[in-house]
Unconditional design. Sequence first.
Length: 447
Amino acid sequence: MSKLTFHLTSLGCAKNTVDSDSMAQLLERAGYQPTQSVYKADVIIVNTCGFIEPAREESYRTLQTLAEAKRPGQLLIAAGCLTQRYGQEVVRRVPGIDGILGTRRWMDIVELVQALRNGQPPAARYDLPNAPTVDCDERGTLRASVSGSSAYLKIADGCRRPCAFCAIPLIKGTLVSRPLEAILADAHALVKSGVRELILIAQDTTDYGHDLGIKDGLSLLLDRLTQELPIESGLQWIRVLYAYPGYVTERLIELMATRPQILPYLDMPLQHAHPDVLRRMRRPANVEWVYRTIATMRAAIPNLALRTTFIVGYPGETEHEFQTLLDFVREMRFDRVGTFQFSYEEGTASAALGDPIPAEVKEERYQRLMELQQNISLQINQTFVGRKLDVLIEGRKKNLLIGRSYRDAPEIDGLVFLEGKAGIGEIIPAHITGAMAYDLTGVVAAR
């Protein structure tokens, strides 16, 4: 008798990908077999994103397409952020859905599938947004998403920050940190399986451990990781994403400066640079802290790569306030910048402000900021020509190797294209010979 099969589509951010891979682990452990074919799958699961309007519409389109093409006997399950916040709307707009899971009940995927296969009536759809969180480690599930030699390792979920524009607390709830020993156990398992780069993620990694009574929990975690898994273990890179302004501690800077495995890379979303806009956003408005801290980090950490994110077109943003943002970006010279146009989100604190800035003004400001940053990025990339960088090889295209340097987080930053020979998954030295706005070119160096 052939195994039952499942097909899983994951939308949105890397944190969603971790949850998707965890669901896949549970299904495989229960005897289900993954398949790339939607048509052949007995169970189709879509882990949705509901963060902003474009992401929600992508989730709806994906679900509607799959529902319309469903063959008799197939099950379609919607999970993730969209269903957590808009479960009834999902059912209304996608009538072919058989089951629903909220963001913190993904660990019930096997029970849901079995209940639906046993004929549980549609009225008993499995949406449990207010249920208590079950620690995923009780199920023995690895809270990580592995791609080649890299793995996203989730250290916490939810957020307690008051950002006015953000719907994450409405979707995910407040901060829930994973136990330190559980994270370390996952890290050991990942390195044993061949992972060379661990990418620590959470909505706010610098808040890790606050709910557990741990002070400066991210620094404690990094200290333990590098002690228990030194370079000799095979773990060569540790990357930190999503730091919160004001919570980059002296200890964290010291660890990044002195532990070779911790990459000199930090993703710290700032969202804006004008104090008045930041106050309306309910974000830290002490821009002087940003100047001081970045100066301290750059002095302590050679070749530091900084990534940040900004929102343009926030309600009330004047041309003067936007110009302050442009001047700030020009002065700070970030390695990487992500830019988003403000998206009105019902239920957030910013909803009371409406969405008064016209779409064409948002688009024009977006283009101006991205053009400025593109020139900065090119200038910074050109400084690497003639230098040597370690590159993690992740693929090949024709005669070129494709990889990433310490400056490049997966999917959001640039790539390095190399001539020469190396194995997939290796971290090898490369001579950089050319620079583009986002990517570098080079040749494999002698080892």
